[in-house]
Write a protein that binds this ligand. Structure first.
Ligand code: PGA
Length: 252
């Protein structure tokens, strides 16, 4: 089995203008030293993708988008294709973030189509799944996660040349400053692993899929997540907006 790098993914959401994104990318690049065991991915907003792509060119830092449309091309005003993202240097794309599920009415069906299209166009999807507070209180966490993973991925034939990231993000801790206990996240990541081996060959799941955690990760708690064997990376929102804080996670 090849050595899997742990992923440190920055999700800048709609928090920065293009100018601010450039400054942040430049500052991260300035303090960045590539490591064998870690992979950094920056996900700026669409308008900053091209410029950030130029800044991180010739470094080990990868580029990701925050969304993609599910058709290849056509009369879809305002949408962005996977091919377009590929062309400007993105290799990852976040799909099904809970904010999009909640505010943009993204359904499991839409998310499934986006995952399929991203994979067909050689992008690595970062599929986000997670329970809300009520579901957690009612003991439905594993059920909700299994349902979301299955709906997004069932019928997709993940082949050897393709990679996938699943981010477990409990909706109620996102942006709260209060992460879940790493052991709880590890449990859910193991549940996700079980769901995946029902869908894909075990060797593909082990080699080509990263199961990561997101939700109030910062430089103070990152090591507790990244040291869990079943947590193969972190998706970072708020703490990725300060170069020192983000690099602190990277240097955990
Ligand atoms: P947070 O966001 O780190 O600010 O909680 C994580 C995310 O939404 O991906």
């Amino acid at each position: 089995m090849k050595l899997k790098k742990k992923l440190i993914i920055a999700n800048w959401k709609m928090k920065l203008t293009s100018r601010q994104s450039l400054d942040l990318a430049q500052n991260i690049k300035a303090g960045f030293k590539s490591k064998e065991s870690l992979q950094v991915v920056l996900c700026p907003s669409f308008t900053a993708l091209c410029a950030v792509s130029q800044i991180i060119k010739n470094t080990e830092i990868k580029l990701g988008a925050q969304d993609v449309f599910y058709e290849d091309q056509g009369a879809y005003t305002g949408e962005i294709s996977a091919q377009d993202l590929q062309e400007i240097g993105a290799s990852y794309v976040i799909i099904g973030h809970s904010e999009r599920r909640a505010y943009l009415n993204e359904t499991d069906e839409i998310i499934h189509k986006k995952i399929k299209n991203a994979l067909d166009n050689k992008l690595i999807p970062i599929l986000c799944v997670g329970e809300n507070f009520e579901q957690r209180q009612e003991g439905q966490t594993d059920y909700v996660i299994l349902k979301q993973v299955k709906a997004a991925l069932e019928g997709i034939n993940l082949v050897n040349a393709q990679n996938l990231v699943i981010a477990y993000e409990p909706v109620w801790v996102i942006g709260s400053g209060q992460a879940v206990e790493p052991k709880q996240a590890e449990h859910v990541n193991k549940v996700i692993f079980q769901a995946l081996i029902d869908l894909f060959p075990v060797s593909i799941v082990k080699n080509n899929v990263h199961i990561i955690y997101g939700g109030s990760v910062d430089s103070g708690n990152a090591s507790r997540f990244l040291s869990q064997p079943a947590i193969e990376g972190v998706l970072v929102g708020g703490a990725s907006l300060q170069p020192g804080e983000f690099l602190g996670i990277y240097n955990f």
